[in-house]
Design a protein around this ligand. Structure first.
Ligand code: NAD
Length: 433
């Protein structure tokens, strides 16, 4: 369902009228395309506090020029902020430049992990979160603001590239932590997944189809898994992407075995995307309705992950990315089943991530979409749909490709130090903020 309000505000009378009435002013977001792979404009590198980060060589590889007259991206290295007094430098660095940042530009604040032995450092570093999220809410014009905590710039290269590119158009107000784990730079940054096999569940349509498409764009061989009823669509998607289709109901007890049998050479990337909703308020919700959502969205994710890790189907250097939802963070009326299942996904990721990395060299992360324009959200009644679209800092819904780009970043061979993260793709939705 097209966002007519967004189209209207893109016209001169629409802009005039909505400004006069004080209504939201969504900007047309700049997304990745092969013709325009990087942001239009320069990169401005600022520092607050005394930083020990070796950032310049990594930033030089982002593809953004040094012309900072009207920056498309501003990176503020605040890893050296150790006390409240240093926060004045954060203000001094960004205050003069915010106005000049281009439409759909990026502000990326770099922070350090919180120091448990130094409450002054922890206070100042935590302050950066409130700063980042507040700036994200006020900056407007399709610009995003995120906070990346890191200690090693080289280990964060894929993340820096993602957050400073059009691929992260709908990711704002996020705090992401990158560790120091093993990182494998791809031979070709344009096709980082070449030679890798990816399986995407629920990929016959919607977000899953976009994920399969984006991973294939990045060079992966994709396996498009969906239920037998969706076989035709699954085949169509697989054919278009040069991959294969696998019909399988992931709730069946032997789904792990079916997947393992279809992948005799193993798997590098497992994307848990299949999901269902069966909304009712708890007073009206049958046990079946409750249980079926937990089974598809959570129990099958646990079962197939265990099976594929346990059997060694997921190769070392592999990636598991599960799909949560902002409903799993904020809760939602009529979604006790769905909210529980998606919160469960977050619990699974946080607990399994360190062990999977230590024992199997596999990272485990989650993507939590907000309001994404799909068949699922097109079915929502108009008023609620409009609220969902506008109640975020970018004042619009995201597209399936926005979620897919986030999966592709987490699946990247150079994202080996990104583990146990839950990244919202929600335009900084007010829900679960
Ligand atoms: P969708 O309904 O369009 O697609 C889901 C796909 O999963 C379908 O192709 C379906 O056949 C498949 N599927 C369902 N049950 C399955 C099973 N048992 N075995 C195998 N495949 C199965 O949904 P979507 O909007 O593309 O959502 C994709 C994921 O993103 C879901 O996990 C959803 O909960 C999550 N999500 C979506 C939004 C949104 O705004 N659309 C927001 C937050 C989270």
């Amino acid at each position: 369902m097209a966002d007519r309000y967004l189209s209207f505000t893109g016209t001169a009378p629409g802009r005039f009228l909505t400004r006069r009435l004080g209504l939201p002013q969504p900007a047309a977001l700049r997304r990745w395309s092969p013709q325009r792979p990087v942001l239009d404009g320069g990169l401005l590198h600022l520092t607050a506090g005394s930083s020990a980060l070796d950032l310049a060589p990594v930033l030089a590889r982002t593809g953004l020029g040094a012309d900072a007259g009207r920056p498309a991206a501003v990176v503020l290295d605040a890893t050296g902020v150790r006390g409240v007094e240093d926060l004045a430098e954060v203000h001094a660095a960004l205050h003069p430049v915010v106005r000049s940042i281009a439409t759909s530009g990026r502000v990326l604040v770099l922070g350090a992990p919180l120091d448990a032995a130094d409450h002054h450092q922890a206070a100042a570093q935590q302050a950066l979160e409130g700063f980042t999220r507040s700036l994200g809410k006020e900056i407007g014009r399709g610009r995003t603001v995120n906070l990346l905590r890191l200690t090693d710039a080289a280990a964060a290269e894929s993340t820096l590239r993602f957050l400073l590119s059009p691929k992260s158009a709908y990711v704002s107000g996020q705090v992401i932590e990158v560790g120091t784990g093993q990182v494998q730079a791809p031979a070709d940054w344009e096709r980082p997944l070449a030679g890798r096999t990816a399986l995407v569940t629920g990929a016959a349509r919607g977000i899953g189809e976009a994920v399969a498409e984006t991973l294939a764009r990045d060079g992966a061989t994709v396996v498009v898994l969906d239920v037998p009823q969706a076989e035709q669509d699954a085949r169509r998607v697989a054919e278009r992407l040069g991959g294969t289709a696998l019909t399988c109901d992931i709730t069946s007890g032997d789904a792990g075995e079916q997947i393992a049998a279809a992948l005799p050479d193993g798997l590098d990337i497992l994307i848990h995307n299949a999901g269902i909703i069966r909304d009712r308020r708890l007073v009206n919700m049958s046990a079946d309705r409750f249980g079926s959502v937990l089974d598809v969205n959570l129990a099958s994710v646990l079962r197939t992950t265990d099976a594929l890790l346990g059997k060694g189907v997921l190769r070392p250097g592999g990636r598991v990315v599960a799909t949560a939802s902002i409903a799993g963070i904020a809760g939602n009326t009529g979604q006790t089943n769905y909210g529980a299942s998606k919160a469960g996904v977050i619990g699974l990721v946080r607990s399994l991530a360190p062990r999977a990395l230590a024992e199997h060299r596999v990272t485990v992360n989650a993507v939590a979409p907000g309001f994404i324009e799909t068949k699922m959200t097109a079915a929502i009644p108009l008023v609620i749909r409009e609220a969902g679209r506008r109640m975020n800092s970018l004042a619009q819904g995201g597209l399936p490709v926005d979620v897919a780009e986030t999966h592709a970043w987490l699946a990247h061979p150079a994202s080996g130090a990104v583990n146990g993260q839950v990244v919202r793709v929600c335009g900084q939705s007010l829900l679960g903020a």
